[in-house]
Design a protein. Structure first.
Length: 236
């Protein structure tokens, strides 16, 4: 059976008077791959997140997925040099959805995984259902500082972040999570009330990863979060 090479061509560039492209990255694998999101931190570094299948080369860094698809994240300096790259995931289909940063240059990466999430060779969380949501805080060198999950607690349950989370300059994080079935955040379990669609959890975390509040909503149809923001006072 023939396989098709899917390549992701990423151009990040600064504008001069002629709007010329200054540099670009091309990454790709023999399987599925995509860049889902990217941001620029306080120093002009560019952080990209996405998913890949098989083996992917980013700069001088080679990453290999554990299962069907894994997540990747990497950081480039303003000149385009790849500073570091890392993969996360498990033996099933996993993917990074979004990324945010704070005034200290810390990174917040959110995504979904099936069964287990492995970071730096360690299982950091597990779920029993279809999709599970995670949010992780990483330092400027890509080291995991903490992680938090909305984890499924029955076979057909699901919890999905949709990429619209945000972080304040001080590192407080707000993320909306669609879910159905039984899910758990820390020691608190939530069971969806909508028989025809999903419920919604709006979660705010401190810079240390502690739950500050959880707001829940549902109605007869499904709830689809589009955007979430924090004002200067920390209100959502």
């Amino acid at each position: 059976m023939n396989r098709i090479l899917l390549a992701v061509l990423i151009f990040f560039y600064t504008h001069n008077l002629q709007a010329q492209i200054q540099w670009g990255h091309q990454i790709g694998t023999m399987g599925r791959n995509a860049v889902e999101n990217h941001i620029v931190d306080k120093d002009g570094n560019i952080i990209s997140v996405g998913h890949f299948e098989g083996t992917i080369t980013i700069g001088s860094h080679m990453l290999t997925s554990m299962g069907s698809t894994d997540m990747f994240m990497y950081k480039s300096n303003p000149a385009g040099q790849v500073l570091w790259a890392k993969a996360m995931g498990g033996t099933q289909s996993d993917g990074s959805i979004g990324v945010a940063t704070d005034k200290f240059g810390n990174l917040y990466v959110g995504g979904v995984f099936i069964e287990e999430l492995v970071v730096d060779g360690k299982v950091v969380m597990e779920g029993e259902g279809i999709f599970n949501t995670f949010i992780g805080k990483f330092d400027t060198n890509g080291k995991l500082l903490w992680s938090k999950g909305v984890l499924t607690r029955e076979r057909y349950a699901s919890a999905e972040i949709k990429g619209v989370f945000t972080a304040s300059p001080e590192g407080e994080v707000v993320l909306p999570v669609q879910f159905w079935g039984a899910v758990q955040l820390d020691n608190q379990q939530y069971t969806s009330q909508n028989p025809r669609g999903n419920d919604l959890l709006l979660i705010k975390l401190s810079s240390a990863g502690q739950v500050m509040f959880v707001s829940r909503s549902y109605h007869e149809g499904s709830v689809y979060p589009r955007e979430v923001k924090l004002d200067a006072a920390g209100n959502v």
